[in-house]
Ligand binder design. Structure first.
Ligand code: TGC
Ligand code: FAD
Length: 407
């Protein structure tokens, strides 16, 4: 593939690979969907084929975020699809939101991340815990991509255990003074604003909106990632940043604030990971039918069939889990522990499939001619962020035994 980098950072490709992806629905799950879901899926799939697939290997290889795609993501309704239309959002249901995440992650986990962070971790807390003035000011701008946001929970010394955070605010007249640092923050170097979680003088966790340009607020980039390379990641550093009181989210205190946002985002990832798995399976199936060794297609060997049969079985189970979770979420009945189970299962499933699919492609599987290695590397991050694989296991363990293994 050859490419020219334009002055705005976008890449004009001289020659591009064709995206031959075809959806796989072994159990006719489409019969359980509504017309709106299918329409949303088709629209996002077309967008991914046109805007993401031709450039993603190149951006990933250069470890560069295709920020020109933020606008397009907004146009296809990927920012806050299940938040109300009165704030400029999609007004769709939770299954539509899941399906959109699935199609985006079929393209790349980093592209899905761009949308998950904006919709579930920035717009959702403003919608759920913000004042009416905050909702009216920020949500339409975030939905349209006019503003880009990020979410600051993780700290250098507090990842799986965010309750230990040391980032803090103290009251100063009508304002608060914010000090501390957040680590591993998706989109931070390009964000116009951040939803940040910090402890007040009483040790209660509060959410607040910090805008780029506030004195003492910086967002250095984290470099050197072998995973999620088309997504930009950074820190948030606060040195005596003055935050007006009206920037605090008034309607929540405590860890349940950020954890509620994580539930929303983890739900989207449970769907999203299926997209990455489908892309790997689809590529492996096609390759195994086209590539011949020992005088017949790879697909004709029993060991290849075992791999493919197990892949589509696991994908089908994950699709059913996501669909059922979606119906519960639509009724407001999906519990955090149910969401944890689906995030954990589906991401692990996708990572295993990416590895198997890479094997089926043989040596070609390690190149950027095929998507498996990129998905595999991305999924290592997806397995870790939004709660690690083991943290979600312990959440399930706590739910079924009633005993908290964290404390
Ligand atoms: P714990 O005592 O269990 O809970 C504190 C309060 O929160 C409530 N709660 C939840 N509420 C909503 N949704 C959830 N998922 C919730 N989980 C817990 C809980 O009921 C309680 O409420 P209340 O009213 O009693 O105060 O808290 P804990 O300190 O023991 O922590 C539990 C644990 C370990 C499960 C939690 O800390 C955790 O999930 N840790 C993992 C951290 C994590 O996921 N970080 C993600 C950072 S953001 C990110 O990765 C973005 S990536 C974005 C991208 O690019 O896509
Ligand atoms: P640690 O918490 O130090 O965990 C290290 C290992 O120890 C893990 O395997 C973990 O499972 C294990 N472990 C920890 N506690 C236990 C226990 N009690 N029992 C058994 N095992 C345990 N955060 C944000 O706030 N916003 C973002 O936008 C964001 N984006 C991210 C983007 C990327 C690319 C990455 C890599 C991370 C991002 N994160 C973000 C942070 C992410 O959520 C954390 O990395 C994750 O929560 C794990 O924290 P940690 O890396 O500090 O690992």
């Amino acid at each position: 593939m050859s490419a020219n980098v334009k002055s705005n950072g976008a890449v004009a490709h001289v020659s591009q690979k064709t995206d031959r992806y075809q959806y796989h629905d072994y159990y006719n799950i489409d019969e359980l969907l509504e017309e709106d879901h299918i329409l949303a899926r088709e629209a996002v799939r077309e967008w991914v084929k046109k805007e993401v697939s031709p450039i993603i290997e190149d951006y990933s290889e250069r470890a560069t975020c295709p920020h020109h795609l933020f606008k397009g993501l907004a146009e296809i309704g990927a920012f806050g699809p299940s938040l109300p239309a009165e704030y400029g959002c999609g007004g769709m249901d939770e299954i539509a939101y899941g399906i959109i995440m699935q199609e985006l992650e079929r393209g790349d986990s980093g592209i899905r991340s761009m949308a998950s962070v904006q919709g579930s971790l920035v717009m959702y807390p403003i919608y759920r815990f913000g004042s009416e003035a905050q909702k009216r000011h920020y949500l339409p701008k975030l939905a349209s991509g006019e503003m880009i946001g990020c979410f600051g929970l993780t700290e250098p010394d507090h990842g799986s255990n965010p309750s230990g955070m040391v980032t803090n605010i103290r009251k100063d007249g009508n304002d608060y003074i914010l000090n501390g640092a957040k680590m591993w923050i998706t989109n931070s170097p390009v964000a116009d604003m951040a939803v940040v979680w910090a402890k007040d003088e009483e040790g209660r966790i509060r959410g607040m909106i910090v805008e780029r340009g506030m004195e003492g607020f910086t967002t250095p980039e984290i470099k050197g990632k072998w995973s999620l390379r088309a997504s930009i990641t950074g820190e948030l550093v606060f040195e005596d940043v003055r935050i007006p009181a009206e920037n605090l989210l008034p309607d929540v205190m405590g860890l349940k604030g950020p954890l509620s946002c994580l539930s929303k985002a983890r739900y989207g990832i449970a769907w999203g990971a299926i997209g990455a798995a489908l892309d790997c399976y689809d590529s492996a199936l096609r390759y195994s039918l086209e590539r011949e060794q020992f005088g017949k297609p790879l697909a004709g060997f029993q060991l290849t069939q075992k791999k493919l049969a197990e892949m589509i079985t696991e994908i089908t189970k994950a699709q059913l889990l996501a669909w059922r979770l979606g119906t519960l979420a639509n009724k407001g009945k999906a519990t955090p522990a149910q969401i944890s189970m689906a995030k954990r299962n589906n991401v692990h499933m996708a990572l295993e499939i990416a590895r198997e699919a890479r094997q089926i492609h043989g040596g070609m599987g390690i190149t950027n001619e095929y998507p498996c290695m990129r998905h595999m590397m991305n999924l290592e991050t997806v397995l870790t962020y939004e709660g690690t694989h083991d943290i979600h296991l312990l959440i399930t363990g706590m739910d079924v035994t009633g005993i908290n293994a964290f404390k």
